[in-house]
Write a protein that binds this ligand. Structure first.
Ligand SMILES: CCCCCCCCCCCCCC(=O)SCCNC(=O)CCNC(=O)[C@H](O)C(C)(C)COP(=O)(O)OP(=O)(O)OC[C@H]1O[C@@H](n2cnc3c(N)ncnc32)[C@H](O)[C@@H]1OP(=O)(O)O
Ligand SMILES: Cc1c(COc2ccc(F)c(F)c2F)oc2cccc(OCCCNCc3cccnc3)c12
Length: 436
């Protein structure tokens, strides 16, 4: 039987709020909202979506250690696994607090579903069995600036799957966004839903091949050996870039300016305030979650790069093994801009300069991550990543990362891969947002 009253079939066919620019008979439609703001606002009911008996809505208070732990436990046991169910993301409590409480965060966008506790009203809290979260984000999509929400960490307890609860959670977070005057949302998913605006692919660069082999993350390629694999991924003991040092709060204005200019080269990107740059890259909240480095030359920040820690639990093994993965986060370099002195360089030589610079920065990131005992370094084919993935020995992952923009019509964006799903540096300039 169904826990959830399947929503009455809507009288009219609900507009697909995820579509690209061509209409039914191929005519090109204008960029912009699919449902006008005032329609969204008017449609936001004052009451939450109905849940069937035995379940109730709740807010998950991430400032409460106990509730943060409950969320951690729900995700630890029921969040995303890789395609063949060998690994599951293990977002730490510090990571979740950092990811879900950026400047401007809203308590009413941390939405949970609990079982109704036996003692009815006001008794002990029931069990947290589902969650969905949104955070506020300022998006730039081609020429448009949107105050949107970023939706993430949608999770339903395994025992409550395939009961149409996900659409109820999505409707509820939509309602609360509308109530707050937010009519667009950005999210990623590994599953193919109506109309992604872009599709990327993730890549993995081995740092500790033996550990990845032992845990079943990596396999022995034909006619290779453990020694040969270790040699293939061997790294220098120290980074090589002159002027490379850990980012500090004093670097925030310089990094914000550099990143802002660098991201203008991508059709989909986020605008960051100084508070947001600090939060995401070098705050107390990002400690032990994000590592950020700058390159300072003649008192100026000319480059920066960062990566975040996200462990995965190994599900098959007996001993509760873990994979410590570093994920390439934001970076920027002034090698992307024509230098004011040299005459207008040809695009090809500018890209060659950028590629060379990014190789050095990412190679140093690999060395630093290896120093900190990470087992693997992951990256997605967004930003300028296609310029260095192959050379830096990243191998393709077995899934895709689809980007979705809810209630905003815009043309498809290149995701750094071609039709054959191979990395393609000719398909850059689209996605400039790194999703956690
Ligand atoms: C303006 C503001 C708007 C705000 C909202 C914007 C939209 C936000 C959208 C959410 C962004 C999330 C971003 C992330 O967090 S992506 C990570 C998602 N989480 C996981 O993968 C964790 C493990 N899996 C689960 O917990 C469940 O399997 C989930 C919860 C994923 C589905 O639960 P369940 O397996 O019990 O299924 P159901 O019977 O309830 O419902 C089946 C329906 O749900 C559709 N479905 C399945 N997976 C997803 C998915 N990842 N995004 C959107 N829709 C999804 C599916 O097409 C089907 O619809 P329809 O095709 O039959 O109609
Ligand atoms: C997703 C994803 C994978 C899929 O493979 C794994 C999934 C879970 C694991 F525990 C694991 F170890 C994987 F390799 O490998 C990645 C490497 C780099 C970045 C990745 O996703 C980044 C954004 C994930 N955010 C939300 C989300 C989560 C899951 C599916 N789709 C979207 C991924």
């Amino acid at each position: 039987y169904k826990f959830w009253n399947t929503q009455p079939v809507p009288k009219f066919r609900e507009p697909n709020l995820l579509q690209t620019t061509s209409g039914e008979n191929g005519e090109s439609l204008p960029e912009g909202p699919i449902l006008p703001d005032k329609i969204c606002k008017a449609s936001a009911k004052p009451e939450p979506e109905k849940l069937l008996e035995g379940f109730e809505w709740c807010l998950v208070d991430l400032d409460d250690k106990e509730e943060l732990q409950e969320l951690y436990d729900l995700l630890y046991n029921h969040y995303v696994e890789d395609t063949d169910g060998s690994f599951r993301f293990n977002y730490s409590t510090q990571f979740l607090a950092w990811a879900l409480k950026p400047p401007g965060w809203r308590k009413d966008w941390h939405i949970g579903v609990r079982t109704k506790s036996a003692s009815g009203e006001g008794g002990k809290k029931g069990k947290l069995v589902a969650f969905i979260a949104g955070i506020p984000v300022t998006l730039k999509v081609r020429g448009s600036k949107l105050q949107a929400s970023e939706i993430n960490f949608l999770t339903i307890h395994r025992k409550l799957r395939s009961k149409r609860l996900a659409p109820v959670l999505i409707k509820e977070v939509t309602r609360r966004c509308y109530q707050n005057g937010v009519y667009q949302a950005l999210y990623t998913a590994g599953t193919l839903l109506p109309t992604p605006i872009s599709t990327c692919r993730y890549f993995h660069r081995s740092l500790d091949w033996e550990h990845l082999y032992k845990t079943g993350f990596s396999h022995m390629p034909p006619n290779s050996s453990e020694l040969r694999q270790k040699l293939k991924y061997k790294l220098e003991a120290q980074p090589g870039t002159k002027g490379l040092r850990a980012m500090t709060r004093e670097d925030v204005p310089g990094v914000r300016e550099l990143l802002g200019r660098y991201l203008e080269r991508f059709h989909l990107r986020q605008e960051f305030s100084e508070e947001e740059i600090e939060h995401w890259l070098c705050s107390q909240a990002s400690k032990d979650v994000v590592w950020s480095y700058v390159v300072e030359q003649d008192g100026k920040v000319t480059d920066f790069m960062s990566y975040y820690l996200l462990e995965s639990t190994v599900l098959r093994g007996t001993r509760n093994e873990t994979i410590r993965a570093a994920y390439l986060y934001y970076y920027a370099t002034d090698a992307a801009f024509p230098s004011p002195t040299s005459p207008k360089p040809k695009a090809a030589s500018l890209q060659a300069t950028l590629k060379a610079r990014l190789e050095l920065l990412v190679h140093d990131a690999l060395i630093l991550a290896k120093q900190d005992n990470f087992h693997v370094f992951n990256a997605v084919t967004l930003l300028d990543n296609p310029l260095f993935l192959k050379e830096q020995k990243f191998e393709p992952g077995d899934g895709k990362l689809h980007y979705y923009l809810f209630n905003w019509r815009t043309a498809l964006l290149p995701g750094g891969v071609n039709e054959a799903n191979a990395v393609d540096a000719g398909r850059m300039g689209g996605v400039g947002i790194v999703m956690l």
